[in-house]
Design a protein around this ligand. Structure first.
Ligand code: ATP
Length: 630
């Protein structure tokens, strides 16, 4: 209560732009959050602050929310700060009057550039007090930094950062620098920010004296999270909150072609006979699980006759530049009556001559940006498995059977470009087994099995759902699923591998603690060409010191550290408990984490951001599952 009372008095700054909320007020909330690990407490701090800001100004609220999640724009706009460590070190040196080497040394000692900047500022004598920073000033300058391009962009960016640092006082420099590093590291997950925003909005709408119970807050939170997965734009959602109230957002923020929907994901199923048990008599369909890249194709015809087609990756990145051949085939595979749609597909490398699926590796050698269709050497065919939106109507709440009917009625296969996912509505275990064999023969990974009717067959954006099961040949053969892990370090090679890296350190991600936890060392599965390519690519991400949010024990420390930038798919013989690896530490055994035995490199997952790596709770779940199956 004391802390909440502290939040009660924000003294606004008088600026040219009007009354502004000081950045320091937000930093004080960050500091309170950093001092606790209790989720409810964290939520209450941030909720109290949002509510106050909400009463002051809509735009400043939007900026506050974005600073809390260290984002400048929705993911699909691809606007990122991406400031390298060396630029920050130089800016801190310039703003604190220190030598660059001294800043580097302090960084070594303190392990956190934010703290280095804060201390450097505190020890600095200044003639006059700088003009205080406002939340909006910080946000708009961050955006300016991100959008600065061109020949002297590094100098311009450095200048802007130094300018911001010069105006910092108290604890501001710590959070400013951490934001520029892309992470606040205070344990404030985006999902908590969403919960706090929904709760504050409900209090704002109904009044603080209203009779609101936990169920009301939960409903508002779930509503906001649902909307976020279908309409991922905070400032537009905040606009709707002001206009119509949080209770009504789902009627105003609906699925919209050209805005990416968070994809629905599947749970693992280990055996065909478990499927029947799992679905308890509900009808289901089995589809081939294609091994390519998830592609969400959006299309809209405007009233003036112009058209727009955007293809998003699993990660909500705009991938249209990689698949211009698919975008230009839209008019061929959509029937003439179709004016808008969102299709869920898998784009697969395609052998045009033999009409066959090619490997995932072949697809990954397609260029990320194709300037001209004539330079395309690797053909791609899209296999459509779901239709989320058609002619102005969202379909995601409809049963899959109906969505599939609409898909088949309104689209048509186009040779070498577009097909429907092969599917069969089966009921017998033997038939599922045969269909699984067939999928593998046709170069697929296995089957996706989905409920067909009723509420349980609606499309659930962003959920790893029990209504979609994946059955891979490997699971049936007793081999586990693969893991997607982040490369955070490397060990020097010996013998044949001198000059290259001999092994790498991999980590899973814990979204609650916002940390990467070491899980295993990997040295097999690489061809010589792989080894060379990885070294060249990873060396661009080298950093001098481990990030403060890496959980790595002394015994597994690598020779070289990397930014958490690359995700690798890895297979292992099994998972074991380990006192030296930190993955899911304490979740299964108080003093042990989980590690992988005999890990083997499979491929780079270009389509996954590092935070989408296998989570520590998934690791714990995989460990437990394997105990059951043995
Ligand atoms: P992975 O198991 O490789 O980590 P993932 O986490 O990306 O996969 P999963 O939920 O495991 O996602 O599997 C679903 C993925 O399979 C989808 O993201 C999609 O790319 C791919 N896929 C291929 N065929 C289908 C299909 N018929 N229906 C749904 N997804 C399919």
């Amino acid at each position: 209560a004391v802390e909440l009372a502290m939040l009660d008095s924000i003294e606004l700054l008088d600026t040219k732009e009007g009354k502004q909320i000081p950045f320091l007020a937000l930093c004080k909330v960050f500091e309170l959050i950093e001092g606790t690990t209790k989720r409810l407490e964290i939520t209450s701090y941030i909720r109290a602050f949002f509510l106050q800001v909400m009463r002051i100004d809509q735009h400043q609220l939007a900026h506050t929310v974005m600073l809390c999640i260290t984002k400048l724009a929705p993911d699909h706009e691809g606007i990122e700060l991406g400031i390298g460590e060396s630029v920050l070190v130089k800016a801190i040196a310039a703003a604190t009057g220190k030598q660059v080497n001294r800043v580097k040394q302090d960084h070594h000692e303190l392990g956190d550039l934010g703290v280095v900047a804060q201390r450097g500022k505190a020890n600095q004598r200044t003639m006059f007090k700088p003009k205080p920073l406002s939340i909006s000033k910080v946000f708009t300058t961050f955006k300016e930094i991100a959008l600065t391009t061109g020949s002297s962009s590094i100098q311009k960016k450095s200048g802007l950062i130094t300018g911001l640092l010069a105006s910092c006082s108290d604890i501001e420099a710590r959070y400013l620098i951490r934001s520029l590093e892309d992470r606040l590291r205070i344990g404030l997950a985006e999902s908590t920010v969403q919960t706090a925003l929904a709760q504050a909005a409900l209090l704002y709408e109904k009044g603080e004296d209203a009779d609101l119970g936990p169920a009301d807050f939960q409903q508002a939170t779930e509503g906001l999270k649902q909307v976020m997965s279908e309409f991922p734009i905070y400032d537009r959602i905040i606009d709707v909150i002001y206009k119509y109230g949080i209770s009504d957002i789902s009627n105003h923020c609906m699925l919209t072609p050209t805005l990416p929907v968070k994809p629905m994901l599947a749970k693992i199923e280990k055996a065909a006979d478990d499927i029947l048990r799992r679905f308890e008599g509900k009808p289901f369909t089995c589809e081939f699980k294609y091994d390519g890249e998830r592609s969400q194709i959006h299309y809209v015809q405007e009233s003036d006759g112009s058209t727009k087609c955007v293809i998003f990756s699993r990660n909500a990145e705009n991938n249209t530049g990689k698949y211009p051949d698919i975008a230009s085939a839209v008019k061929q595979f959509a029937k003439p009556n179709v004016t808008s749609f969102i299709l869920d597909c898998e784009a697969v490398a395609w052998d045009v001559i033999n009409g066959k699926i090619r490997s995932f590796q072949t697809l990954s050698s397609r260029k990320r940006k194709v300037e001209n269709e004539s330079e395309i050497t690797i053909g791609v065919c899209c296999f459509a498995f779901d239709l989320l939106y058609l002619n102005g109507e969202p379909l995601i709440r409809m049963p899959l059977r109906k969505r599939r009917e609409l898909l088949h009625e309104n689209f048509t296969p186009v040779e070498n470009k577009f097909q429907f996912a092969t599917s069969k509505d089966l009921t017998e275990v033997e038939d599922i087994q045969d269909f699984l064999e067939l999928s593998v023969k046709e170069n697929c990974e296995g089957l996706m099995i989905k409920t067909l009717d009723g509420d349980s067959s609606s499309y659930e954006p962003s959920k790893r759902s029990m209504n979609w099961l994946k059955l891979k040949k490997d699971y049936v053969d007793g081999l586990g699923d693969s893991l997607d892990l982040v490369v955070i370090g490397a060990y020097f090679g010996k013998g044949k591998r001198v000059g290259a890296y001999g092994a790498y350190l991999l980590a899973c991600y814990d979204p609650d603690r916002e940390e990467y936890q070491a899980i295993c060392k990997i040295g097999t599965g690489f061809s010589d060409a792989d080894l060379e390519a990885h070294k060249a690519q990873l060396d661009q991400n080298r950093i001098e010191l481990p990030k403060p949010y890496y959980a790595v024990s002394e015994k597994t420390k690598p020779d070289i550290w990397f930014e958490p930038a690359q995700v690798w798919e890895v297979k292992a013989a099994d998972l074991s408990l380990s006192p030296i690896y930190q993955a899911a530490f304490g979740e299964i055994d108080e003093n042990k984490g989980v590690s992988l035995r005999f890990p083997r490199f499979i491929r780079v997952r270009e389509d996954k951001a590092s935070e989408m790596a296998t989570s520590s709770s998934q690791v714990a779940e995989m460990y437990e599952n394997q105990k059951i199956n043995h």
